[in-house]
Ligand binder design. Structure first.
Ligand SMILES: [Fe+2]
Ligand SMILES: [Fe+2]
Length: 279
């Protein structure tokens, strides 16, 4: 039996602000000019791009599943503001899934099967959790990866449609990472206010979680070494940025919550979350 609050208090102002942004900044695949001339004509480049985009499509689809699955979990915990925001996050991931599914049609290729590309699927399975903070820590890696790859693909400027997709996704991902920061920070503010030892233990378990999810990234990159190089994406840059960005973001959120609970001034907490989450 689900338990619903009769009157949600909606007092988490930062989450409410993101919820409004999530609603106002919606866009659709039909806003793009799919008739723009096709610049990628070589069969080889299409094959390679199809392989490079396989983990991207898998990531978007997995995100849609996991975000949708967390909406009722947050409801059970009466975290209604977060639940509101996740409804827009789910719409974002549905749009991203549609965009890449349509893009595969544009280049006339299909994503690699699970048999030919197990690394991509195994990486996604590392993220799954029904505990929101644990899930968000894992998602920090996949969302930061989506951000870095979209940024790199946009820089490559291979096709105006792909660049437009990446541009829109970068905007959306900054919101997702902004929420990730707020949620984890709020959790640690509450945890550190109650019990410092238990909060430190939780922080360590989330750090381990990020490490565990990160371990799933090199097999993806190794499976696509040649393709990434030929398409023009630096795998060293992806790994380096990812390693630093995902871990730094988790530390910043934990530190922000701890400082708020223990009465210290955290300068970064005053930055608008979405702006701070841009690359
Ligand atoms: Fe996405
Ligand atoms: Fe996302």
């Amino acid at each position: 039996m689900n338990i619903y609050k009769v009157m949600p208090d909606l007092s988490n102002e930062r989450q409410m602000r993101l919820w409004y942004q999530g609603i106002r900044k919606q866009w659709s695949a039909t806003d793009l000019d799919w008739n723009a001339p096709r610049r990628i004509v070589s069969d080889k480049l299409r094959d390679q791009l199809g392989r490079v985009l396989t983990p991207v499509l898998t990531g978007e689809q997995s995100a849609l599943y996991s975000v949708s699955g967390l909406i009722p979990v947050l409801g059970h915990q009466s975290q209604v503001e977060a639940q509101f925001y996740l409804t827009t996050w789910a719409v974002d991931e549905a749009r991203h899934t549609e965009l890449f599914a349509r893009y595969f049609k544009r280049i006339d290729r299909e994503p690699l099967s699970i048999r030919r590309f197990p690394a991509g699927y195994l990486f996604q399975s590392r993220i799954v959790s029904k505990d929101p903070a644990e899930w968000l820590a894992g998602v920090l890696v996949s969302e930061s990866m989506a951000q870095v790859v979209s940024h790199e693909l946009k820089e490559c400027d291979l096709d105006p449609v792909l660049s437009d997709i990446c541009n829109g996704i970068l905007e959306d991902e900054a919101r997702h990472l902004g929420f990730n920061h707020i949620y984890i920070e709020d959790q640690f503010k509450a945890l550190y206010s109650e019990n410092i030892e238990a909060a430190d233990a939780k922080a360590n378990s989330l750090r381990q979680r990020v490490e565990y999810v990160m371990e799933g990234v090199p097999p993806i990159i190794n499976a696509l070494t040649q393709e990434l190089k030929d398409v023009g994406i630096s795998m060293e840059k992806i790994l380096h940025t990812l390693n630093k960005v995902a871990k730094d973001r988790l530390e910043k959120a934990i530190r922000g919550g701890r400082n708020q609970a223990l009465g210290k001034k955290e300068k970064s907490a005053e930055e608008p979350e979405v702006e701070a989450a841009r690359l």
